[in-house]
Design a protein around this ligand. Structure first.
Ligand code: UDX
Length: 408
């Protein structure tokens, strides 16, 4: 099939590349010229396992193209929208990019085409997209058939290619048979394709991410209580997770969830409830537990050392999770901020997120060359991201206090 993907962020780039690997002819479009030039020169803007190789293979096979022009929309069977939906000040999702892609789609198509939304959007967006497209077609005086489909993405950063190629499920939200058949044909190699209406597909994405965030906040609450009553949360986790109704995944306590999805989607779901006159009580608590949890390494440190003024503290791990350089909503940023406000000198090390950290906070911390360098001459070390290589801190001779924000 001929496919255009608008937006070459995480979701767009991974989905586009994988759809080309599945044998489709894919054009990935972005308005940022530098990004497209880089992609055409083999420079990949994100760190993602296996992605660089897959892009270069499919470019060579002429099934994957990168462009700043929207022309390919005209020949496409499906146009995927994978642009960002950043949070507004009030936590709701900002749809301006999605709706501008919809308008562009309405300006360009001259035959039946599917508009498929991969961006995470609030329930009801498919209808807004449909009306933005109709407005443009009316302006052109054309009556061209099109379908709006919701096809949410469930990729995890760091394992995104594998997630796309071996999905637990593919969700297709569609309100008509013509688009359902085309989407089923696109995903014919996958076993678990679930078809539903568009509002349900849009809700499925928020509900899934919020459920996962709930498990994490629940476990963080349990872990905090375990520490107070002398229970071992790892044993509790094993005991709970062995119940097949509970399962053992996503039960790891730590210093809170971060990243580009959970924090944003949890906020958006709370907002969606408010907009509909309903209070999402569970998910509101999930968010407040998470805000608190991000401060726990700092609180534990204060308990150990008392006044922190003038102390030198090492931070191991800056990315919001291992195997990525992404620092969006990372607990490390909260901890660094608290330490600096208390007058500490902060040394940091992360296997790949050092440049990203420099870009975000500049030289307010000292950037170190490795684990030992980061621990050297510090009163305490806080382990914030559970990179595999941090396991060796247990073998390093160290007189300071180690606070394990995450289990390694
Ligand atoms: C997540 C979802 O997993 C994915 O399906 C969705 O489409 C996008 O959001 P991602 O943000 O890449 O993916 O990361 P994920 O691996 O899910 O971790 C999210 C956060 O939860 C991280 O900060 C991680 O450290 C934390 N986490 C995860 C825990 O604290 N405990 C756990 O048991 C699992």
């Amino acid at each position: 099939m001929k496919i255009s993907i608008i937006g070459t962020g995480y979701v767009g780039l991974v989905s586009g590349t994988c759809l080309s690997e599945m044998g489709n002819d894919v054009t990935c479009i972005d308005i940022v010229e530098e990004k497209i030039n880089n992609l055409n020169n083999g420079i990949i803007p994100i760190y993602e396992n296996g992605l660089t190789e897959l892009i270069s293979k499919n470019k060579k096979n002429c099934r994957l193209h990168f462009s700043t022009e929207f022309d390919s929309i005209k020949d496409s069977d499906i146009v995927f929208c994978a642009v960002g939906t950043p949070p507004n000040e009030d936590g709701s999702a900002d749809l301006k990019y999605v709706l501008s892609v919809a308008s562009m789609f309405g300006k360009m198509i001259d035959k039946y085409t599917i508009f498929a939304t991969k961006s995470t959007v609030p329930v009801g967006t498919a209808e807004m997209v449909r009306s933005a497209i109709e407005t443009e077609l009316n302006k052109r005086g054309l009556d061209i058939e099109f379908s709006v489909v919701s096809n949410p993405e469930f990729l995890k950063e760091g394992d995104a290619v594998n997630d796309f190629m071996n999905p637990d499920r593919v969700v297709i939200g569609s309100n008509d048979n013509r688009s359902t058949d085309i989407m089923l044909e696109l995903y014919k190699d996958f076993d678990n394709v679930i078809v539903m209406d568009t509002p349900s597909a849009e809700m499925t994405k928020y509900a899934s991410n919020s459920m996962l965030a709930t498990r994490i906040s629940f476990m963080n609450d349990i872990s905090n209580l375990c520490e107070l009553v002398g229970a071992n949360v790892e044993s509790v986790k094993l005991g709970m997770g062995s119940d097949s109704r509970i399962g053992n995944k996503f039960l790891n306590p730590g210093c809170g969830y971060g990243g580009s999805c959970f924090p944003k989607d949890v906020k958006a779901l709370i907002k969606l409830g408010e907009q509909n006159g309903y209070e999402m009580k569970v998910i509101k608590s999930v968010e407040s537990v998470n805000e608190y949890q991000k401060t726990t390494p700092y609180l534990k440190l204060k308990k150990e050392l008392g006044d922190l003024k003038g102390k030198t503290i090492g931070i191991l791990g800056l990315a919001f999770k291992p195997e990525t350089d992404d620092m969006r909503e990372a607990p490390s940023l909260v901890v660094i901020d608290l330490l600096l406000k208390d007058g500490c000198k902060v040394k940091v090390y992360d296997p790949i997120a050092m440049d990203e950290c420099k870009r975000r906070i500049g030289d307010v911390v000292e950037y170190c060359n490795g684990i030992e360098d980061c621990m050297d001459e510090t009163e305490a070390t806080l382990l914030i991201t559970e990179w595999k290589e941090f396991k060796k801190i247990k073998d390093i001779k160290y007189d300071g206090v180690i606070i394990y924000g995450r289990k390694i």
